[in-house]
Design a protein around this ligand. Sequence first.
Ligand code: PEP
Length: 261
Amino acid sequence: MTNDQRKPVMAGNWKMNINHLESIAYMNKMAFSLIDADYARTEVVIFPPFTDIRSVQTVVDADHLSITYGAQDISAHDSGAYTGEISGSMLKKLHTKYALIGHSERRAYHNETDESVNAKVKAAIKHDLIPMIAVGETLDIRQGGNAVEHTLNQVQGALKDVRSNYVSELVIAYEPVWAIGTGEVATPQDAQDMSIAIRAKVAKLYSQDVADKVRILYGGSVKAGNIKAIMEQPDVDGALIGGAALDPDEFLRIIRWPDQP
Ligand code: PEP
């Protein structure tokens, strides 16, 4: 399977930005800007804060938009005494499609480990959400020459005991930590090389058929000015975008990556 058969994904991670009212203005802008040709070429995904999901859903449903959305995190638990957590069933009720799991900010500030990431991946699958699993190395690890080993260990840890029919549907976002929000971008070749390594790992753990179906994104200081070269890499199937996705005009330019310089 070539990348022509994996639909590209452009996913905007709002992090802890944009409130529920602002999210309506943002989504309206997307609604009147995106045309059928955009949706046909690229899956557009928004990861709003939990408090915005209902607002995003309302615009998507009212305008019959093809935009999909996900949660920035998910509880490993189904329900109960877990103050502050949000369950997969609550997210599913809001027609959430994806759960972003293992973002480096959650690994760094909320002590998430490969074990907790794996538990969340299973919780997402249990509730019929598609995991988008973020992996990637810190600068120290890269400089020590262990970027590939570290990232592939994160992939293996996240997928422990996950059945192959679920793996072929999920999305893996390679996000070198040193490139997130720093303005430092991995070269398109770095993104391609790590995507090849991740795909080979999935093939080894499952099968070539499963590996050919998994969509692998690059994330880290993506903007309109660098997206085209990243998307020209055959194993890179899209991008996870933080800062640049906060501006709907910039996000629209990224979604229209073939038109960019
Ligand atoms: C991210 O948060 O996943 C991300 C890639 O951020 P940025 O685009 O700002 O580097």
